[in-house]
Every structure is written in structure tokens, then in C-alpha cells.
Design a protein around this ligand. Structure first.
Ligand code: HEM
Length: 168
């Protein structure tokens, strides 16, 4: 039932004038993919800078709150851009993503990575020294970093693999 609905939804979307326009103008998809990749670079490098601080590998002369304040905008704003460019790529070829298990996996990983990033950000809003206050907090910070880094890498792999796995 759900598969049938998704199938007819993808066919409907692919036949819309906006999808037809994106499909027929050659430069749109490559341009959007390029912007998507730039967004990936911004998110991945910023997440890495915050996680390396949580691991105590980089910028340990600065508080986690300070490093997070500098790099979090370069996660949240590019994520919005990734959502916009990703949506355009979906409208261009709906079945390629929406009926693709790797795309669904990527979205699940993205929800998890967003949750882990918020888990790092929210405590320092009310207490700037939160992650430095005790050995237990520092351990928890390292755990967040050791969860976050593989999650973002997995999202990138899934993003790339969408093109190589056939949808249902
Ligand atoms: C925010 C929601 C996002 C949506 C809706 C989305 C959607 C998509 C879609 C539809 C594609 C094209 C797949 C194809 O047809 O081959 C794609 C590619 C890709 N995405 Fe995303 N994406 C999102 C976020 C992200 C994030 C956060 C990352 C990594 C940090 C990411 C990394 C990639 C990569 C590496 C590719 C392959 C690009 C290529 O080789 O051309 N995406 N994404």
C-alpha cells in the first residue's frame, strides 16, 4: 500500500512542470550538486573542529562553548542549504531518492547527527563551562565526539552511495 502510494507520488512529482524544467535544463542538477557538496564540506569541517575540541585534541586552550559558538553557525546554516539543494535533487528525480533504502538510511543518520550536535550545544547555552566542569562531563563530551564523527562520515558515504543503489 505505502509502496504503491510512494510510486504514484514519485510519478506525479516527476511529471510536474518544476521537475520537468529541472530535468530539461542541463546545468541545474550539476550546479545544485556542486552547492550540495560545498554544504557537505562546511558541515563536515565545522563538526570536526567542535568534536576535536571535545576530544581535547585541538583548541584545548579555548572552552568548548567558545569553539562551538564559532563553528555551529557553519553547521546549521549549511544544513538548511543542504535541505534546499537536496529537495531540488529529489524533485528532479523523485524515485532515485525517495524509493532508495540508502537515502532513507541517510535521513535517519542525519536525524541522529542533528540530535548529537544539539546534545553538545544545548547545555552550554545555560552553562558555558558545562563540558569542562568535571571528569564525567569531559568523558561524556568525548563520547559525543566519538559518536558524531562516524555519523557524519556515514551520512557522506550514504549520500554518495544513493547513486549506486537501485530504489525499490
Ligand atoms: C538536509 C537534508 C539532505 C537532503 C534532503 C539530501 C539529499 C540528497 C540527494 C537527493 C542527493 C542526490 C543523490 C543522487 O541522486 O545521487 C544527495 C547527494 C549527496 N548528499 Fe545529501 N542531502 C541532505 C543532507 C546531506 C548532508 C548533511 C550531507 C553530509 C554531511 C550530505 C551528503 C551528500 C553527498 C556526499 C552526496 C553525493 C553527492 C554527489 O556525489 O554528487 N547530504 N543528497
Amino acid at each position: 500500500m505505502a509502496a504503491q502510494f510512494l510510486d504514484s507520488f514519485c510519478n506525479w512529482l516527476a511529471a510536474t512542470p518544476v521537475s520537468q524544467t529541472i530535468q530539461t535544463i542541463d546545468w541545474i542538477v550539476p550546479a545544485v550538486q556542486t552547492i550540495h557538496i560545498l554544504g557537505v564540506a562546511a558541515v563536515m569541517s565545522s563538526a570536526l573542529m567542535i568534536n576535536l575540541r571535545l576530544l581535547g585534541v585541538r583548541s584545548y586552550d579555548q572552552s568548548v562553548a567558545r569553539v562551538a559558538a564559532r563553528f555551529l553557525p557553519f553547521i546549521w546554516w549549511p544544513l538548511l542549504m543542504l535541505l534546499a539543494t537536496g529537495t531540488i535533487l529529489i524533485v528532479a528525480e523523485p524515485a532515485r531518492a525517495l524509493q532508495n533504502p540508502v537515502f532513507l538510511l541517510k535521513m535517519g543518520l542525519l536525524i541522529a547527527a542533528t540530535g548529537v550536535t544539539l546534545a553538545c550545544q544545548l547545555p552550554v547555552r545555560s552553562n558555558a563551562a558545562f563540558w569542562e566542569q568535571s571528569a564525567g562531563r569531559r568523558r561524556a563530551g568525548r563520547l559525543i565526539a566519538l559518536t558524531s564523527i562516524p555519523l557524519w562520515i556515514a551520512i557522506i558515504c550514504a549520500g554518495r552511495w544513493i547513486a549506486y543503489v537501485q530504489g525499490s
